[in-house]
Design a protein around this ligand. Sequence first.
Ligand SMILES: Nc1ncnc2c1ncn2[C@@H]1O[C@H](COP(=O)(O)OP(=O)(O)OP(=O)(O)O)[C@@H](O)[C@H]1O
Ligand SMILES: [Mg+2]
Length: 614
Amino acid sequence: MDSRGACEHAEPVIPTAAAEKAKPKLVLDHSTWMLARRLLKESVRPYARYLGMAVLLMTLVAGATALSTYLLRPIVDRVFVEHNAALLWPVGLLVLVTFIVKGAADFGQAALMSFVGLRIVANMQNRLFGHLIGMDVPFFQATTTGRLLSRFTNDVQMLRGAVSDVLTSLGKEALTLIALIINMFVQDWMLASISFFIFPASVLPILRLGRRMRRVTVNTQEHIGSMATLLEQDFQGVRVVKAYGMEAYEQRRIADLIEKIFKLTLKAQLTRAFSSPIMETMGGFAITVVVVYGGWRVIHNGMTPGAFFSFIASLLVCYRPLKSLSNVNATLQEGMASAQRLYEVLDTAPTIVDRPGAHDLAGTSGQIHFEAVSFAYNGGNRQALDRLSLDIPAGQTVALVGPSGAGKTTILNLIPRFYDVTEGSVRIDGRDVRDVTLASLRRQMALVSQEVVLFDDTVRANIAYGRQGASDAEIESAARHAAAHDFIAALPQGYETMVGERGMSLSGGQRQRLAIARAMLKNAPILLLDEATSSLDTDSERQVQTALEHLMRGRTTVVIAHRLSTVINADLIYVIDDGRVAEFGTHAALLANGQSYARLYALQFAEEADADAP
Ligand SMILES: Nc1ncnc2c1ncn2[C@@H]1O[C@H](COP(=O)(O)OP(=O)(O)OP(=O)(O)O)[C@@H](O)[C@H]1O
Ligand SMILES: [Mg+2]
């Protein structure tokens, strides 16, 4: 059953820029550490073995790198200074082997880290969808599509970056750095101590940069989400945009967002770019000191030239790991900002769930009772339904009529528990809908919403949507009863024809009949029907009417009526006004009463009656 169809919005609802702004910004109160721990525990731990192997290879890379600089000492001192010919080839070979080992180990660790990073992305996407599809209708109403989409794309990518880049830096680069530092101390501990005097001074400003980075990316992600939402609405509602000549207006709104994203992204990149020159300047300073002091030691204090070159090489090779480590914090902060947004979604539990010990609702007769039901959307003050009671007898057709905004769709939404009542209860065969399992409750009903929801799939798949295992014969029979078989058979590929995004390649009446066939196939005892308001031409109107009559036969039907024939044929009519029952009875009795129904009839249906009169 499609849940979105129940919230009828024929026109795309375009939120104003002000409404977007009013959304609260994410508050970064979780510490990075808590997020990282959770991420490690939930997403990374299953791959501990791969990571262990990667760390082993990283150690090899680090060792080989340091060894390659260490080897400079014997090369310079023994080969170049002492002219020891016997050592020339062995040392050369050793250098070659060192680089081969380093290259192979580097590839191995990179492959393992890619595998783990991409697995984490895939797992997170599956987990996210699994969670979201289980969320209730109020959640989707409160969250824009664009925001949800950006969780799936941007945020999981950031998470991958945080996991694989940070672990690679902390593993490979940090180990390499340590090995190089060891070599420097081995060559000359005095010189080593002096060069590392400068290092701590550069760490503090970099940590500060990282924090700033996190704030910027949170805002960027929010804007990217808003842009995705706006784009989707503009493209889906393109006919409205054009009909009202709003192209320039939409262009301005998008341009505003693009400009914001541009500024924030630039700020983030500049912040990031800033950290490299800092490291470089620091490096230059260290090298100057080393060259001057080291040269003095070699000249006056008996340090060998080999030791000096080995030291300088180590110091220069340090640059890359240092630079990458200086970015770690920013990458980590970005990733944790994404983790925070992802966990926020994952931690939101649906409120409409099975009660503990809920039983299945099976074999209902279909009798529905509303007992003093009050309901307000979003827990607000405005009562959409106000202590409303009504009775829908089993097997009968009950029509709901009333002015726009009276609460008719709201009544329909409460039966499959798209929303829960605030007060009172909705009962089916005497059982509160909140006491039975959601799955069994929704199995008892089929829904045909005002706005038909079709999926970008074949005609067959769209009809069989609620009953995956249905046979071809069953599908065709449902289509025949829904007066849809003939037009389907005339389609280029018959039942295998793709209906296009949201069924765009079909006419309005054809879409409705497919929706009716879908409900027909589900063959549930209760039918919830929100008649389409858009009028069809007389011929397809008649076909849809025939289809609906077939569908209603032998079921409890609650229909929000917009057609004269539906109200006249209903067993019972409820007139809803301002969230209450104003009047109820049969068409004839209500007309005779001369109250609200008579007025409504004159307003809504009389024209149709005149048109139908011979
Ligand atoms: N998702 C929602 N969030 C907040 N308020 C809502 C929502 N849906 C409906 N309302 C409000 O609840 C009231 C009842 O709306 P409802 O959709 O049930 O009216 P309706 O009788 O179906 O009207 P129509 O004939 O125009 O479809 C209206 O005042 C409406 O503004
Ligand atoms: Mg409605």
